[in-house]
Design a protein around this ligand. Sequence first.
Ligand SMILES: Nc1ncnc2c1ncn2[C@@H]1O[C@H](COP(=O)(O)OP(=O)(O)OP(=O)(O)O)[C@@H](O)[C@H]1O
Ligand SMILES: [Mg+2]
Length: 255
Amino acid sequence: MPRITLKGLEKRFGNTVAVQDLSCEIEDRELFVVVGPTACGKTTLLRLIAGLLRPDRGEILFDGERMNEVPPPQRGVRMVFQGQDYALFPHLAIYRERSWSNLSFPLRLRGGTWEAIRDRVGKVTQRMGIKRELFPRKPGQLSEGQKQRVALGKAMVLPPKVLLLDEPLAHLDPPARARAREELRRLHEELGATTIHVTHDLAEAFLLADRVAVMLEGHFVQTGTPKDIRNHPKNAFVADFVRSYEDSLRRAFSN
Ligand SMILES: Nc1ncnc2c1ncn2[C@@H]1O[C@H](COP(=O)(O)OP(=O)(O)OP(=O)(O)O)[C@@H](O)[C@H]1O
Ligand SMILES: [Mg+2]
């Protein structure tokens, strides 16, 4: 699984600087969580790493190899998108045996047999809590939370080298979110993919991450373990951010 190096990344949209002067190393098999307020550039950063956007400046390296010009399918990256359609196929069922469906698609594309696909989809849906009764439905017939689970499941059927998750738990209620968080952590240990998880919820970041990056206005203001950031915020913004979550952090960490 690749180590990801970001060097002086920059991405502008007209006058908006979405990502600026962003440098970081994300270790092999790390669960790295980027947390920051809305519009700070989180989704743009993931799209740059996935190859869906080209940086205006800077470099993206996987194990030291430059990725800037490598097209998305060759990067070994899977991204679970935020909101709306989650990149699911609207006209296909969630899963149908011996047919092209949302969950069988990535496996069949790789030439998997229908039997192997059934086994793999069975395992993943069980792990992700995707009930069989949802299989015949199309994405438009699912709730937001269910759609997110299916999108996560679709990313998991073919274990990627790099997994990019854009607010994957945003639509779940607190108990479902806590369960999904545990599941994500376990899946991460099982798959070992280098994972970048984006959220605006600091408690979620602290509970999940090996390391956290606090993002503001296009770059990382502080990177460190949850403990580092909680105990040694680097500036007033991070300190305020941590303080605003202090109650939920205390609750979460006392369990
Ligand atoms: N395609 C685009 N065209 C123009 N501006 C864009 C585009 N995509 C993003 N932006 C702008 O870039 C900035 C960063 O957007 P981005 O979607 O990366 O934020 P985010 O941190 O993911 O926010 P949120 O938490 O709300 O999802 C915002 O000001 C946004 O309006
Ligand atoms: Mg976003």
